[in-house]
Design a binder for this molecule. Structure first.
Ligand code: SF4
Ligand code: SF4
Length: 204
């Protein structure tokens, strides 16, 4: 798997949930399908008068989430910015050509008055597949996206008692000194931390 395949999968999903943060710091989520995909870039249309647009212009942080029929969760975290002014018209036409239903929503020239197109170039993509055994997760970057390591790990305090492995639903902990967690198969459920008698399991 790689970032381009993830973007392709999101394109097949079609309708994505887009989350932003509003002016009160509260989460806001809505479905967006007016999206054009390129191998390393996502471009989407909204209306200038919508709260969504306001939130993108003032804060910019956005997460887009898609879920495939194969139980794959793909989450893209990024900052969205408007595409260049001289590119707006072309991108609006491009998205409307790919999504014919939009002509019913914004007929004729109303789309130019109402519309604004944003792009995401730099992103972190989390891929999480619950449809395979063991489950599989991996993180990718697009452009200048910076991924942070997240999840659980075991430090040098481990006394190799084996309790974490016994209680791990995915059996993704390797024996050793110390024991280690295979991050690609970890659910982030926290069972290992809950049972460790010496506090050797840490969360980052
Ligand atoms: S967080 Fe859950 S899945 Fe991951 S290693 Fe610990 S027990 Fe296993
Ligand atoms: S439960 Fe804690 S001490 Fe025991 S093997 Fe796991 S990490 Fe090491």
């Amino acid at each position: 798997m790689d970032s381009q395949t993830c973007l392709k999968k999101l394109e097949y999903v079609g309708v994505l949930a887009f989350a932003t943060v509003d002016k009160n710091g509260a989460p806001q989520i809505r479905n967006i399908s007016a999206i054009h995909y390129e191998p390393d870039r996502m471009i989407f249309f909204t209306a200038k008068g919508k709260d969504f647009c306001e939130e993108l212009l003032t804060d910019g942080r956005v997460q887009a989430l898609g879920y495939t029929k194969y139980k794959e969760m793909i989450r893209l975290s990024a900052r969205a910015v408007p595409v260049a002014e001289d590119e707006q018209e072309f991108r609006i036409d491009q998205i409307f050509a790919e999504q014919p239903y939009l002509k019913n929503v914004y007929p004729d020239e109303t789309r130019r008055l109402a519309g604004i197109v944003f792009e995401i170039r730099d992103a972190v993509i989390e891929y999480f597949n619950l449809g395979v055994n063991p489950i599989f997760r991996e993180t990718y970057t697009v452009g200048k996206g910076i991924s942070e390591q997240r999840g659980y790990y075991i430090d040098e305090g481990c006394i190799s008692c084996g309790k974490c492995l016994k209680n791990c639903p995915q059996k993704c902990i390797e024996r050793g000194t110390p024991y280690t967690i295979n991050q690609n198969h970890c659910l982030h459920c926290g069972n290992c931390r809950a049972v460790c008698p010496v506090g050797a399991v840490k969360k980052r």
